[in-house]
Every structure is written in C-alpha cells, then in structure tokens.
Design a protein around this ligand. Structure first.
Ligand SMILES: [Zn+2]
Length: 222
C-alpha cells in the first residue's frame, strides 16, 4: 500500500514537472515568435549542457586558482574563522551549500534591478542543477548585469574580502564561487559580442539573440 502511495506521489510530481517544463518552453517559443513577428531575426547562442560545463570549468579555473595561490603567498594568514576546527568545517559546509541558491538569487536580483520588476524570472532544476532564467528579452548591458552579478558578489567579492582579511576559508569560498560562475563567464563573453535583444534560454546555458536591420533598429538600446 505504502509503495503504491509513494509511486503515485512520484508520478504526480513527474507529471507536474513535465507540465511546468512544457509551459516554460511554450512561453519561450511565444516570445521568440513575437520578436520574429516584429522583424527581428533569431540566432541560437546556447551551448549544449555538457560542453557548457566543461568549457565553463576551463574558463573559470585560472581565476579560481589565481585567487587561492595568490592568497597563500600572503603573510600572517588566518586559517580559521571561528577558532574551532569543527565549527569552521560546519560553517564552511553551510556557506558552500548556501552559495548555490544565493548564486541563482543574485541572477534574479540583477535582472530585477535593471528591469524594475521580478516578473518573468523563473527558478527551477534542469538535470539536477538549479537555475534562474529571465523570460523577458533584454538589451546586452541589462543581460550582462544579471549574468555577472553572482560572479561579482560571491566570486570576486568573497575572494577580495578573503585576501584583504588574509582569511583562507573566505578566499577558498570565493574561488569555489568563481568556479561555479564558469558558465556565466562563458555566456557573458558571448553576450558582450551580441548586440540587439537577448532572450535567456529556459534551460540551456546561453540565450537567443534577436537583431533587426540597422534602419529599423535605430534608437534601440544596445
Ligand atoms: Zn550562474
């Protein structure tokens, strides 16, 4: 009986997730169709998830290694935050885990700040990884603010704080967050070279670019 109950709940959850995914993609397709209807041409600037993961790690690794190696050469380093190894290990683990949802929250905060609303921002899980996607098309600088905010605050901010305070756990945490932002660095490099409007893909790493011929694009933000 209990097994049947668990199976039914799992099935209901899978169906709900499938329905939500279909709705997300239908909103994305509708936004693409609306922009194409306004005379924009569409270009896929997304990366397959596996390639994005590998390339993202390779992109972020030199920055993360530089933060750790640079810090370890500083004099008078502090290896503990609390004074107790046990409490430090627990705190470090909590901060490490908390930085994953905080990363997605900062994407949302950045995009909400530049568009003046939280509407159109979605959180979810794709292949077990949490994500935040913006369902509104944004011009390049606005897209970059949301894409790079987690790297700026959690990656560079924590690394800089750790280096200034000479505290090893802080700059290791900063380096971890730089490594987590590898995909964002990769996508931002592509976005920086993509004028027009950028629409975040609901699941894949990257965006669709929408451009209009120069005469009809006059006056648009780039
Ligand atoms: Zn990110």
């Amino acid at each position: 009986m209990r097994k049947n109950g668990t199976d039914t709940r799992r099935q209901a959850r899978e169906e709900r997730l499938k329905k939500e995914r279909e709705e997300r993609f239908s909103r994305f397709d509708a936004a693409c169709a609306a922009l194409c209807g306004q005379g924009y041409t569409q270009r896929d600037k997304t990366l397959p998830p596996r390639r994005a993961g590998t390339l993202g790690i390779l992109t972020a690794a030199p920055f993360a290694i530089a933060a750790i190696v640079g810090g370890l050469f500083l004099p008078d380093l502090h290896f503990l935050l609390t004074g107790s190894l046990f409490a430090d290990a627990a705190l470090f683990l909590v901060l490490l885990l908390a930085s994953i949802p905080a990363h997605e929250g900062l994407h949302a905060l950045g995009w909400a700040a530049v568009s003046g609303t939280f509407r159109g921002l979605r959180f979810g899980l794709a292949d077990g990884s949490p994500y935040c996607a913006c369902e509104k098309p944004l011009c390049r600088w606005k897209y970059l603010v949301g894409a790079l905010l987690p790297l700026a605050v959690l990656g560079l901010g924590l690394s800089a704080a750790g280096l200034c305070l000479r505290t090893v756990p802080l700059f290791v945490l900063g380096a971890f967050n730089i490594a987590c932002a590898g995909g964002d660095i990769l996508v931002s490099a592509r976005a920086a070279a993509s004028p027009g409007l950028l629409l975040d893909h609901p699941e894949r790493c990257g965006f669709y670019q929408f451009c209009r011929p120069p005469e009809s694009a006059r006056g648009e933000e780039n």
